[in-house]
Design a protein around this ligand. Structure first.
Ligand code: SF4
Ligand code: MG
Length: 332
């Protein structure tokens, strides 16, 4: 598979009146063409800030302090605001949980689909109109001709989500970032949107980064999964290896908290405690206060990233024992 995105040692910080808060702490990962990487973790773990860093859409008090982001070998961290804006319409797009953040309430759907096509792809108004209709068809919107003349508030939530996807795909991006795009939708619409993203990924050979806290969604759409905790990547691997044999206690906890529909007596095993404060100074492993396996070494030294296999990595001193422990609980 051809590599599309390469992120190295990315650090993202926020300035506040008192302090610099570090939201992303030197993470590295990659995405291939035609691949879906799911980023998972509790809210506040840095997954959305990672996406916004990639897109160059950080809030004004946030910035990338160090590290590198390469899209098709092009370094993004040194781009100007204007250059990033051009890339965003073109090579990378993002869809959000709330479509109204991407849609402008005062313009028709047709206008909003046409504009980027005329700007980025030099289409005439007539050509852009044809393409807009085509895009609405592609994302499966019923009665697309009528929709072009409507305003965002006249559409249902599911339809708005499809319009936002159509907008994101208008310029055939090589990278699509989706941040919890189905969380606000009912399960049927959610399944349709997931299918749609998956189909379009294959059709356009896009790389997709899908941010979610829902492990059920991950199981459905991910090729690979990356688990974040308190601003760090703690585990990454192909979805089968991570789900079948997680090598980090945090991942194991996340997986255990997925309700099992086949077993009504299944207890929801949640991870006790909560994410540390974004700037809390923690010695050793950042998960140690919540980790059932923590040792003195964990409390003193931050673990490096260990390779479990060529494709699977874990940032845990006891990555071997996590599986052992897994076996013992499975038989109890
Ligand atoms: Fe737990 Fe130690 Fe592994 Fe951290 S390094 S996750 S504290 S076992
Ligand atoms: Mg978020």
């Amino acid at each position: 598979m051809e590599q599309l995105l390469q992120v190295n040692n990315l650090v993202t910080q926020f300035r506040t009146a008192e302090d610099n808060l570090t939201a992303v702490r030197g993470i590295s990962f990659s995405v291939n063409k035609g691949e879906t990487l799911c980023i998972v973790g509790e809210s506040g773990c840095g997954k959305s800030i990672t996406s916004l860093s990639l897109m160059g859409l950080l809030p004004s008090n946030g910035s990338i302090s160090s590290g590198s982001i390469k899209l098709n070998d092009e370094e993004l961290t040194s781009k100007t605001e204007e250059e990033l804006r051009r890339l965003r319409g073109n090579k990378m797009s993002m869809i959000f949980q709330e479509p109204m953040t991407a849609l402008n309430p005062v313009f028709t759907i047709g206008y909003q689909l046409r504009e980027p096509l005329m700007i980025h792809r030099n289409m005439s108004k007539r050509e852009a109109d044809v393409k807009a209709l085509d895009l609405l068809n592609q994302v499966g919107i019923p009665d697309p001709k009528k929709r072009l003349k409507q305003y965002p508030h006249e559409l249902s939530g599911g339809m708005r989500q499809r319009v936002m996807i159509a907008m994101a795909l208008a310029c055939k991006p090589s990278l699509l970032i989706a941040d919890e795009p189905t969380t606000a939708l009912d399960v049927t619409i959610q399944a349709q949107i997931l299918d749609l993203i998956d189909d379009l990924k294959q059709e356009l050979d896009m790389g997709v980064i899908f941010v979610t806290h829902d492990m059920g969604v991950v199981a459905e759409i991910a090729d690979r999964v990356m688990v974040m905790y308190a601003g760090e990547v703690v585990e990454v691997g192909e979805v089968e290896e991570v789900f079948n044999a997680p090598k980090h206690p945090y991942t194991k906890g996340l997986l255990a908290s997925v309700p099992n529909v086949d077993d009504e007596f299944h207890q929801l095993e949640s991870i006790s405690g909560s994410l540390p404060n974004i700037n809390e100074k923690i010695d050793g492993c950042r998960f140690h206060k919540r980790c059932p396996l923590a040792t003195d070494q964990c409390r003193e030294q931050s673990p490096p990233i260990f390779s479990v296999s060529e494709t699977h990595q874990s940032k845990c001193w006891l990555q071997q024992e996590v599986t052992e422990n897994d076996k013992s609980t499975a038989t109890s």
